[in-house]
Write a protein of this length. Sequence first.
Length: 571
Amino acid sequence: MKKIKLQIANDIASITNLDAKNIYEYIEIPPDSKMGDYAFPCFKLAKDLKKAPPAIAQDIKNGFNNISNDDIDKIEVVGGYINFFVNKIQCIKSVFNDVADKGEFYGSSMEGKGKKAIIEYSSPNIAKPFHIGHLRSTVIGGALYNIYKFMGYDVVGINHLGDWGIQFAKVMAGISLWKEEYNFDVNPIDEILKIYVRFSNEEKESEELTNLARQWFIRLEHGDEEAVNLWTWIRKISLESYNKTYDLLNSKFDSTNGEAFYNDKMQAIVEELEQKNLLVESEGAKVVMLDKYDMPPCIIITSTGTTIYATRDLAALKYRIDTYNFDKMVYVVGGEQQLHFKQFFKVMSLMGYEDYVKKCEHVYFGLIVDKNGEKIGSRKGNSVLLKDIFNEAINKSLEIIEQKNPTLENKEEIAKDIGVGAIIFNDLSNNRIKDEIFDLDIMLNFNGETGPYVQFMYVRTRSILEKSNIDVCDISNIDFSLLQEEETFEMIKHIAKFEETLKNALDKNEPSILTRYIVTLAQMYSSFYAKYTIMCDDEKTRNARLVLTKYVGDILKKGMNLLGMNCPEKM
Ligand code: ARG
């Protein structure tokens, strides 16, 4: 299809003497195929050509009379638009050749070749178990990581662990006080959480505890041996527990340099801010004033003399500029931190790094809420552990398998793919800035727009292919004219949009664009399957439908994998 679009762009360019590349960008796909397969809006040419759009459209249409383009069956002018109806057979042939040629790279534009992208994601505050609040960053960031890679970028995935700061010091202070009362042998991370919760509660009544935590933090900042050892132990325990979740989610990180990594890099940032006359004293703290930009001051050093979250983000960005020389960097962090990112980006710009700040983007997202719109995890101060949620989803999936297909092999593994896939898919189903409704019954509905539904459709394509015995990789004898029914042709056109979909998802840092695309493909295949017999008697028709089945299955799987989900071969 891309070739056909390119040819149309070239033809229009030769008729109008305008640049083919721009023309190509202007060509649209009409919302309804009754208006053609491609449309060219002439409005954007009116200024250059000094003519009304309908007149331009007519001229271009006339121009096509002198051009031979076998791909086009019909051209219609409607107002300022030219609608092109492509020749179905040519179109199907072009899509099939494209898929067959590109194989597993089908859909990749390779636009990132030679470019470096940093995807910073997950970034939980450790020393606590993985909380549901971290899920979205991990899932959205993981999908972006895969999509950027597939599109040819050299990607660095960074987990900017919250392994520093007063929160962490509270756990350290708690352990120093009460370690005898807890048993760290079995589930150390759960014990650490208990200590954190106890500390936070008792702290409300006791200023001494707060002071103790502060002292631990100061000791840590100064490299005191006992503090550093305790810190190292907590970090190790936390990561071991986190890695179990990352394995389930297929999350990949190239660096886990968290906030602590920047401890020895902050002094330089503070000095640089001082040299550039950006730091001022305010109520005992050192801040950068941002009132000119309608923002509160960005605190760099607190009144007790310690550094803070923003100081570490400044040091981290400076470090990444020096180390990676990136072309793009996305921070996948919740919407609550919008002000923080605006502030520290502005401070970096004031320091003279505006060119790099322009390459950075805060990719934010909404909250996770229950059916009633209430934020999950906030009720009664209980935090919902991700571990428990995954277990529940996996167990429910296993129950469903027991009902539907009790003799299936590898039930546990498959239940894992389904349960985890359901959670990931739900997270990536809607525009990321919307709140996500978290309801396992909805996510695990095999008939809804869900992960299990897509997985099931993939399995269907595989089981059909298993029953056939043709070589679906050889398309030289396929009769493309047999795939012209309306639904079939629409599905083939959808397949042709895979690359454009990925490009769009990448440009907007919006994985849900891909999720919507694959769910639509699965639905299209489901209708196709219901309406036509794939293993029909006519061999030629059967072969053509089988190859199409293979392509649909491959794209469903590729799409799911890019979003971070597995597709079982049977279920
Ligand atoms: N650890 C932080 C939190 O859980 C998120 C870190 C986001 N990344 C950053 N560079 N500030 O709130």
